[in-house]
Design a protein around this ligand. Structure first.
Ligand SMILES: [Mn+2]
Length: 489
């Protein structure tokens, strides 16, 4: 074997030093041999060492408990301490850590108490075999469950033919659109082309980044209509939890598949053939990526680029609600994506209307004790409202930004908050009780009042003033701002 591993040659080096060569040590040596033969074995059992030498291993007799056990050895890069004698292992870790401060030491703990002791003695990694087995077993069962659910979806889609309507949510975002694309790819593969998917949505694709996303990836989507719905043999919901919740379906609509990462609603899903709702995940696109991976499907560039962008967008550049799984799936997708397209989506040109809305928002702002209120007036693209809130919250002296405006169909309200004493989602919920829909998180929230009853009114902006004033008063009262004076920043 390697000359470097000859004992009694100080100054020479050896890659691995394996101390204690019972069954664990022997298995480690076998594993290491796949990489290098620069391995030196120490064991206190003469017979054992003789056997190892007969098998052409470099092995010497040493008792790890002896203070001079490591004298005259080549310098190791990595030391494995693997005997089943707790005291011997502890002594070997101490001696080798002192003698070879640059080497990594991996030690086996024969029991849980030994684990702490070996760690305290300076071992870089301590393995307690029973725990390793337990963790591996659980890991395998999770993998198994993941692959089983993917195969169940594939089998279900494979048993269908005709048209599958994949319903993205209203004003669809990249997570919901990319999830729909991936589901269409799985349906195509599973059914051998017998199941035709149509991606359906309602509302607008407003945000300029989202429009760039759909245009650059040439995504085929159709506005949902009763005729199209009637033509669908099966329906799948992606990125929303139930029919009628943030999608164009009626509450009673019968859906066959629900895949989502939002908190489970009250909807009864017992009759839905396939349900995978995982509130822990950062994006529905991550769940779909997992299916593709588990089913071992080739992922085309468009789908991969869309999914990665979906995960990125839903986790705000991997900063919000992100789990290790999301990162894993993003890493899996990255080499399959089109980097040029990703770059282009992420730096789209800002539309004229968005600029106008931002201008209005900045011009019309009123600030009271860190609360900013601003009216952006009439707008066609509602996505400009949260964008304006995102920008205004970054103004100095502003802790809470509330931006509102009116579209052809709704009064829209968007809030951002940095004041930890306030849960802005709950504030809006309370202020809009009985008038509209509101909700959100502690730091961001939105609300909508449908203009159904006022659709005949021509002057939308007057209407806005009329309706918004009492609401703003209510918001001010809830956050305790009633008597504060206005000033500008
Ligand atoms: Mn989502």
């Amino acid at each position: 074997m390697a000359d470097a591993a000859v004992p009694g040659s100080p100054g020479k080096i050896v890659k691995y030093l394996v101390c204690g060569c019972g069954s664990t040590g022997y298995n480690v040596v076998e594993e290491l041999l796949k990489e290098t033969d620069s391995i030196l074995i120490l064991d206190r059992d003469e017979k054992r060492v003789e056997d190892l030498r007969d098998q052409k291993y470099d092995a010497i007799v040493r008792d790890m408990k002896e203070p001079n056990a490591f004298d005259d050895l080549p310098v190791p890069e990595v030391i494995f301490v693997l005997s089943n004698d707790k005291d011997a292992n502890l002594s070997a870790v101490r001696t080798t850590k002192a003698k070879y401060p640059l080497a990594h030491v991996i030690a086996r703990a024969p029991d849980p108490v030994g684990k702490d002791m070996l760690e305290n003695a300076g071992a870089d990694v301590v393995l307690y075999p029973q725990e390793v087995i337990a963790k591996t077993a659980v890991h395998h069962i999770r993998r198994l469950a993941a692959s089983r659910i993917a195969r169940r979806l594939s089998a279900l889609l494979g048993s269908w033919e005709g048209t599958l309507g994949i319903v993205a949510h209203t004003n669809p975002d990249p997570d919901s659109v990319s999830s729909a694309m991936a589901l269409a790819a799985i349906a195509h593969d599973a059914s051998g082309g017998k199941l035709i998917s149509r991606i359906l949505y309602d509302g607008n694709i407003g945000h300029q980044e989202n429009r760039a996303f759909v245009n650059l990836l040439d995504i085929k989507m159709e506005k949902i209509t009763p005729e199209i719905l009637a033509a669908c043999d099966h329906l799948a919901l992606v990125d929303s939890t139930a029919p009628g919740s943030n999608n164009a379906l009626g509450k009673e609509a019968r859906v066959n598949v629900i895949i989502d990462h939002h908190k489970n609603g009250t909807h009864d899903t017992t009759k839905v053939e396939f349900v995978d709702i995982r509130p822990g995940m950062g994006a529905t696109a991550s769940i779909l990526t997992q299916y593709l991976q588990e089913l071992d499907l080739p992922v085309n560039t468009k789908v991969a680029t869309a999914l990665l962008y979906g995960i990125r967008a839903d986790t705000r550049d991997f900063r919000r609600n992100i789990t290790p799984q999301d990162l894993n799936y993003a890493a899996f997708l990255l080499p399959l994506t089109d980097r040029d397209i990703l770059d282009k989506i992420m730096s789209p040109s800002v539309s004229q209307e968005t600029l106008d809305v931002l201008g209005n928002a900045i011009r019309n702002r009123e600030v009271v004790s860190g609360y900013l209120f601003t009216n952006v007036g009439y707008l066609r693209n509602r996505d400009a409202v949260p964008q304006a809130a995102d920008i205004l919250i970054s103004l100095e002296g502003v802790n809470t930004a509330i931006v509102y405006g009116v579209t052809d169909t709704n009064i829209v309200f968007s809030a951002r908050n940095r004041d930890i004493r306030i849960h802005i989602g709950k504030v809006l919920e309370e202020a809009f009780t009985g008038i509209g829909e509101a909700g959100g998180h502690a730091n961001m929230a939105a609300a909508t009042i449908p203009l159904t009853y006022f659709s005949m009114v021509k002057e939308k902006e007057e209407l806005l003033d009329l309706i918004i004033d009492p609401i703003l008063k209510k918001v001010r009262r809830i956050v305790g701002l009633e008597n504060e004076a206005k000033h500008e920043v």
